[in-house]
Design a protein around this ligand. Structure first.
Ligand code: 26V
Length: 823
């Protein structure tokens, strides 16, 4: 029986089984008796890859024949996670594979666990890129993702004696069955050197960059399978290699070892993903990484364009749109100008007209320390021609500003791409706004703040350029694949095409008060909680009660995300229970997952504090029937897939105005977790969708935050006014949680009192505590809670990344779908 006739693929169980065995023998050189799960995983991937590559070939042929306009998604990060389960699911082959392996005596779920995560990203921004390329393929849109083929992804986190230890992530040590090397598309990239000014016959000034180094970019293609298996796009990641070009002289002079040094330097470029640390200024390698992948990608795009259109640049803007995922790829703007002006010899104005019709830019953060600025001196050294071009762009831009605000030097200083000061800096955000035709924030509130606070005058200068596209998540990975039990329950009520049309989830709302459905829904949740409880037991040795509220906070560790607000509340609950053993609360397990940037001291201190408080509480028989804390190490996509389906409560408690959007908030709500959150980022839009009675909103609003800061926020006031805050903060200074080491947790208290509590943790504490008590009360009413959980799932339709992509397509990219032709 062909199980997936309408899915573009036709392979049945026995064919799949034969393919797996064939690869076990012929690709892996082993057999059924010798193979371990890792070999089975590779063989299963190889069997799958046969289907994937057929889809890829057909897609590329179709796009070539149709000469389609395509979006090129430039991103320094793609946080893909695992691919096997996703590809099986998107091809409609999951059950086929499961049955096939079963007959071979192999468990598919064990095999899936063998796959290392592709963790080529830090967090939200990188995972968003991964969700977006899933949606692009699913919606049959011509698209290519461009990024860096990091040898090491985000570090692996170990917890030793409560503290985070970073270990290298070596995701590719045993090979990556999905990627294809394309040596025929290698590119060369120049670095360093100097610029020569020449005068052409017609008096035209000609600039020539004489580079000091040349490195090679080797493209690795990862197929991106759309749901339904019809379109298979690619993610093209560049690996750096020495070009060999400059080594010959050294080599001939007997400098074999010196030549190797140069190789090592070139190969360092794609070695490791930068964790978003305190600040990136001054990190030369980071700038080189950014330029490296942009230059390779632009050459690749232009090669493909020229194949169809020769030297005629007039149609370039019809064929190519480049989306800049934050400012990391902003250097692509002067790079395209360089190619057009210096190489193709177009006039500046023509070149600029092309550039500003090609680029669009997404901003992902307002945090000042996260806005990229490069020292002009550094750019001058690494990319001398690009710095000249940036100055020219700015010169012309300043003239435009002067036309709008004649003689106003202060507005010029605010808008300028160049920041004057002791050290001249290039503001990459400003460069991106000037060089793009559209700029978007990632949630309504965030986009408003981008317009009003980050780039205020830009909005007056170019009305309509700054806009919003609210983020989304792929429901294929974040519901269908990670929560099969809930998916099947939903199928039974609304049919099985909701993964393509998430608004269909609204169809379960009418069962929100239905006793039977509530039972079924909460039964699924309970099963998922049991699976996570097992994981917690395995990983931490902690027993947790699945009747307890599973309260989940999963995200990068940052002060603005306020994991320490939750920690203070946990300590307060502990204290209440010690003071009153009958303190009335439903049992609760606080579950955390978070990595701290290696150089971010206080973030690491917070992880340490959570673990120390957890140790104490979990081992305190006076309270541990009611309260537990579990910090799961090495939070990553594959762990998220286990935690999210099991969550009752979703913590989204950032200081208002600081979290651009959040996407974990959407994943958790989609899986029936109820949010406790501030009016920040996409929480606001989630509240609009689910209704105020199905979410626990607390805390200061953006305006109130502003007013409080303006009036002179004094955290000590809260410390002296609120006895619980005082007791808990003082407790941190004792050696109660760190026996023999008083003061080991004191940095948190200090940051909140002596360093001014930048993120208003104490100001929001009381409101948070009250909201948590409302959560407790709601949970105890089983029917009420089930209804809330169901409504959360039902109302998440807006947050499919398909909707985000539709917004980009209609409002920014102007793309058409291009269905793959039947052969
Ligand atoms: C970078 C840095 C670098 C310096 C130190 C502090 C810091 C903090 C954050 C960042 C990341 C900025 C970019 C980013 O990942 N933004 C996230 O993008 C997500 C997708 O749009 C969004 O959901 C998150 O709210 C946003 O934080």
């Amino acid at each position: 029986k062909k199980t997936n006739v309408d899915r573009g693929v036709t392979i049945n169980k026995s064919e799949f089984k034969a393919a797996v065995v064939k690869h076990l023998h012929c690709t892996l050189g082993t057999d059924e008796n010798k193979a371990n799960n890792h070999a089975w995983w590779k063989a299963t991937c190889a069997a799958m890859q046969e289907q994937v590559l057929e889809g890829l070939r057909k897609t590329q042929k179709t796009h070539y024949l149709n000469d389609t306009r395509a979006v090129h998604y430039f991103s320094a990060e793609f946080l893909m996670g695992r691919l096997l389960s996703n590809n099986l699911q998107n091809f409609g082959l999951f059950d086929v594979a499961n049955a096939a392996l079963n007959e071979l005596g192999i468990s598919l779920s064990d095999v899936l666990e063998e796959e290392p995560d592709m963790a080529l990203g830090n967090g939200g921004l990188g995972r968003l890129a991964a969700c977006f390329i899933d949606s692009l393929a699913t919606m049959e849109l011509p698209a290519i993702g461009y990024g860096i083929h990091y040898e090491h992804g985000l570090f692996r986190q170990e917890i030793q004696a409560g503290a985070q230890i970073e270990r290298p992530d070596s995701w590719r040590d045993y090979g990556n069955p999905w990627e294809i090397c394309r040596p025929e598309s290698i590119q060369e990239v120049s670095l360093y050197g100097y610029v020569e000014t020449k005068y052409g016959e017609n008096g035209r000034i000609q600039k020539e960059w004489h580079p000091g180094h040349i490195v090679k970019g080797i493209p690795w293609d990862i197929p991106v399978v759309g749901y339904g298996g019809k379109t298979v796009n690619v993610l093209r990641l560049w690996q750096s290699k020495a070009s060999g070009y400059f080594n010959w002289d050294v080599f001939n002079a007997g400098g074999y070892v010196d030549a190797q040094v140069e190789n090592v330097q070139a190969e360092t470029i794609s070695k490791v993903l930068y964790p978003n640390d305190e600040t990136e200024a001054g990190k030369e390698l980071r700038l080189i990484q950014q330029y490296f992948f942009c230059a390779c990608s632009l050459k690749d795009i232009i090669r493909r364009y020229k194949r169809a259109h020769g030297d005629d640049w007039s149609r370039f803007v019809d064929q190519v749109v480049i989306q800049l995922n934050d400012t990391h790829p902003a250097i692509a703007i002067p790079e395209l100008m360089r190619i057009l002006v210096d190489r193709a010899e177009l006039d500046w104005d023509k070149a600029w007209a092309i550039c500003t019709k090609v680029f669009a830019y997404t901003n992902h953060t307002l945090l000042p320390e996260a806005l990229e600025r490069w020292p002009a001196r550094m750019l001058e050294k690494i990319l001398p021609r690009h710095l000249e071009i940036i100055y020219e762009i700015n010169h012309r831009f300043m003239k435009e500003v002067d036309k709008k605000w004649p003689g106003d030097n202060s507005v010029k200083a605010r808008l300028s791409i160049i920041e004057e000061g002791p050290e001249k800096m290039v503001r990459m955000g400003h460069l991106s706004v000037v060089g793009s035709y559209a700029v978007n924030g990632v949630a309504e509130l965030h986009s408003r703040l981008v317009k009003e606070n980050l780039f205020p005058e830009f909005d007056q200068l170019w009305p309509g350029k700054l806009t919003n596209v609210t983020n989304g998540i792929t429901p294929r990975r974040w519901l269908k694949t990670c929560n099969p039990a809930l998916s099947k329950l939903i199928d039974s009520k609304v049919g099985d095409d909701w993964p393509l049309d998430l608004k269909k989830l609204a169809g379960i709302e009418k069962y929100a008060s239905n006793k039977t459905f509530q039972k079924q829904f909460m039964q699924v949740k309970l099963q998922n909680k049991k699976v996570l409880a097992e994981e917690i037991k395995q990983s931490l040795g902690i027993d947790v009660d699945t009747d307890a509220i599973f309260d989940v906070q999963i995200k990068r560790l940052h002060e603005y995300k306020r994991q320490h607000l939750a920690l203070l509340y946990i300590m307060a609950l502990y204290r209440r229970l010690l003071e009153n053993p009958d303190y009335d609360m439903h049992p609760r397990v606080f579950i955390f997952g978070a990595k701290a940037a290696p150089g971010y001291k206080l973030a690491k201190d917070i992880i340490f504090a959570i673990n120390k408080v957890a140790d104490k509480i979990n081992n305190d028989a006076r309270v541990n029937q009611k309260l537990k804390v579990a910090f799961l190490p090495n939070y990553r996509v594959s762990l998220a897939e286990k935690m999210i389906p099991a969550a009752d409560v979703s913590e989204q408690i950032s200081t208002a105005g600081k979290e651009a959007s959040g996407t974990g908030n959407m994943k958790l709500a989609l899986n029936g977790a109820v949010t406790i959150g501030t009016l920040d980022g996409a929480n606001i839009e989630i509240a609009e969708e689910v209704g105020d009675e199905n979410i626990f909103i607390f805390g200061l609003t953006v305006d109130e935050v502003k007013a409080l800061k303006a009036s002179g926020y004094k955290p000590y006031d809260y410390y002296y006014k609120n006895a619980e805050i005082k007791a808990v903060l003082d407790w941190l200074e004792t050696d109660y949680f760190t026996p023999g080491k008083p003061g080991a947790l004191a940095s948190i208290k200090q940051s909140l009192l002596d360093h001014g509590d930048q993120y208003l943790v104490l100001a929001d504490y009381e409101a948070y505590s009250e909201a948590q008590e409302a959560v407790d009360k709601a949970y105890r009413d089983k029917e009420r809670w089930a209804r809330m959980a169901i409504i959360n799932t039902a109302k998440m339709g807006k947050f499919t990344s398909d909707r985000s992509i539709k917004d980009y397509v209609e409002r920014i990219w102007k793309l058409n779908a291009c269905p793959v032709v039947k052969e």
